[in-house]
Ligand binder design. Structure first.
Ligand SMILES: NC(=O)c1ccc[n+]([C@@H]2O[C@H](COP(=O)([O-])OP(=O)(O)OC[C@H]3O[C@@H](n4cnc5c(N)ncnc54)[C@H](O)[C@@H]3O)[C@@H](O)[C@H]2O)c1
Length: 314
């Protein structure tokens, strides 16, 4: 396996001159798979910046909910952006919605897309099945990107035959507000793919940073162990959830405390991230699961997405 990777790296670097001169892809048409918290935000921002976007999910009901959420969010953005011009505000909302369409059949829409951004459930098997299928239907030039928070990009890319056109594109929640995108380059991602994605994130008005395919990339590698340590502090009875949040806001200058942040990220997402890292490296003390978090997720108490919050949980 390592040999295959080395061979691939060698062949990529030996053709580096060709790669440098190869034309970057100007992304105009984007397919976003998954219309949940992240996918809806990514679709909104891409459509608002003039890209043609197809948003894909499993049912028309989910897509109707996503589109409604996007419209409401757009109205808020437009109200701020065109504070003194209601006509321009309406036009912005209508134009953006005009750039957006929906589908329940990813395979049927990817033939004409420049970029597929996947934001479905955080499960390697499900992501692999999706990309393996789309690989057969997408155009040759199409770049695939995953928004995964915790899985190895390489292990998703390996489900396809286009490892050179595969990378991580890690957005932050809420997507319309958060400026950062981590662009993840695996040893097999071509320079052309990487640069095309960096350019794409800039057209979205985002700030790209680059990171290797390492657990948690930059932000989550620092953030998730911090969130888990807050849960452990509370589990041990050392301090209340409210005091921990207040302490980090007033003492460390963070805009939100760790429990407020877990509500935003989703208790389930946080649990899956730590579980995945624990599987990869069970000895790492930063990657240990928390029993109280596991219990809440088993009870379907997930934070904002289920309409409550950590302060109410026992
Ligand atoms: N929540 C966050 O703060 C955050 C931040 C960055 C990245 N991420 C990552 O983004 C991804 C999505 O997270 P989310 O919070 O938006 O999840 P979510 O549960 O809100 O949305 C996931 C959506 O994907 C749909 N879906 C599932 N399987 C599908 C399939 N095979 N085909 C089409 N649609 C499918 C679901 O119906 C759902 O609407 C995950 O990989 C997560 O790790 C999440």
């Amino acid at each position: 396996m390592a040999f295959v990777t080395r061979q691939f790296v060698r062949s990529v670097s030996s053709s580096s001159t060709a790669a440098a001169t190869a034309k970057k892809i100007m992304v105009k048409h984007v397919t976003v798979i998954g219309g949940g918290l992240m996918g809806a935000g990514i679709a909104q921002v891409a459509a608002a910046t003039g890209h043609r976007v197809v948003l894909v999910d499993q049912s028309d009901d989910i897509l109707a909910k996503s589109t409604k959420g996007i419209e409401e969010s757009l109205k808020k953005v437009a109200k701020k952006k065109f504070a003194d011009n209601p006509k321009a505000s309406d036009e912005f909302v209508q134009k953006t919605l005009g750039n957006l369409s929906t589908s329940t059949d990813a395979a049927a829409v990817v033939h004409s897309t420049d970029l597929v951004v996947e934001a479905i459930v955080e499960n390697l098997k499900v992501k692999n099945e999706l990309f393996q299928r789309l690989d057969k239907f997408a155009a040759e030039h199409t770049i695939f990107a995953s928004n995964t928070s915790s899985l190895q990009i390489t292990s998703i890319a390996n489900a396809t035959t286009r490892q050179d056109r595969f990378a991580g594109l890690h957005f932050f929640n809420p997507v319309p507000l958060m400026k950062l995108v981590e662009v993840i380059k695996t040893p097999m991602t071509s320079q052309k793919t990487f640069e095309s994605l960096v350019d794409f994130t800039k057209t979205l008005g985002k700030h790209p940073v680059s990171c290797k395919d390492t657990p948690g990339f930059i932000v989550n590698r620092l953030l998730v162990p911090y969130l888990m340590e807050a849960v452990r502090l509370y589990e041990r009875g050392d301090a209340s959830k409210e005091d921990i949040d207040t302490a980090m806001k007033l003492g460390a200058g963070y805009p939100m405390g760790p429990f407020e942040l877990i509500d935003y990220v989703g208790l389930d997402t946080t649990k899956f991230i730590i579980e995945g890292w624990h599987e990869m490296d069970s000895q790492n003390p930063l990657f240990q699961p928390c029993p109280s978090l596991d219990k809440l997720v088993a009870e379907k108490k997930l934070g904002k997405k289920t309409g409550e919050g950590y302060y109410k949980y026992k």
